[in-house]
Design a protein around this ligand. Sequence first.
Ligand code: SF4
Length: 436
Amino acid sequence: MPLMSVYIHIPFCVRKCLYCDFLSFPLCGERGKDGGFSCGMAAADDSQSGCGNGNGDKGLLTIDADKTVPAYIDALKSEIREKASSYPDRTIGSIFFGGGTPSVINGKYIKEIIDELKKYWQIAGDAELTLEVNPGTADGDKFRIWKEAGVNRLSIGLQSVHDEELKLLGRIHTYDDFIKCYQGALRNGFDNINIDLMSGLPGQKVSDWTDTLETVLNLDTQPRHISAYSLIIEDGTVFGDVYGENESEPSLTPDGYDDLRKKTRALSSVQLPSEDEDREMYHLTSKVLSEKGYKRYEISNYAMEGYECRHNLVYWNRKDYLGLGLGASSCMDNVRWKNSADLNQYISDAKHDMYEIENLSAEDRIFECIMLGFRLTKGIDLYAFKTEFGEDFEVRFNDRIRRFTKEGLISVKDGHAALTERGLDVADYVILEFLR
Ligand code: SF4
């Protein structure tokens, strides 16, 4: 049976990070209750939300965990049942619980969702099952339940080893919390772990970023995978208000946000790194990680041999994936759509309507093939291109291949067209020239 991947969106967090525009909401309630989320700062901060939450309510939607989380899980299960009737003959090759913070909800819900998927689809014996975890939201019981449920890969959001930087980002955790989380994961048998890191943070110097990389690489057990992204300033977030270029309406609603306002004022005095510093950090990342045995396989992703994230490779290689949950995107049989991004609507809509449905034409797919394929260090598979589109990549893009090969930005070998090390530095520019 043909393979597909499944993405499950869990749109809840302890509170909203100041740079975040993901579809996620701060929880309140369920604190300390049978494996639900626990955090020490809910009262002061969890009303903050600069999120683009898709509800047309720019300011705030704080979630009552005791009521909304079980209702959301029920809605997810009903969506699984409904989508199973549309795509019955599939085998699941990978599952990815993302968010939000999937680790914030009671571990039993993760198991229930996996069990529900198993009722309708076969899960491949070697399937990769990833769960995103934030330090401070996972404990021994949760690790155990996830493991028993079949989760075999964790992706831990650390971002920085410096507490001061974590605080500026509005993260809920310290570096010590990360260490406890990482050790707990290892103790419970998770050896396939990704760590998310972020450079270009307010006030960050190149030496701070070097320190973050080296500290993580010197952990007793090296993580198998590292995702290293640069901070992006998004509109509609607190960072967008402070650092954004667009004159935007402040993302804070008028009342009840004194603490956030204080943070915003505090941030205004901390500058982002210069463009040169940012580039230096970017170059340092691939140098330091390759010296420690990681292979860069995508612009921002590094793995030890055999530990590339198979789920993300499905996106980059444009294979079929089914997104379940609030605002999730899917692409199956060259049809793409999105789920509702309105939490109340998602929970109450038994039919789970699909939005922004697009039938991808061959030209759309060529566009995506270039956008995504050049992100991979392996590049675009020329044989697969010819098989899918009936034309030669090298013939169609002859002029640009010649030009960029001459400039040392592209190389064509072993049946692939790929960006060189220098090409990756200017990937956006090269990709745009191909899409012209
Ligand atoms: S934990 Fe992740 S999803 Fe949640 S607010 Fe922070 S960055 Fe956003």
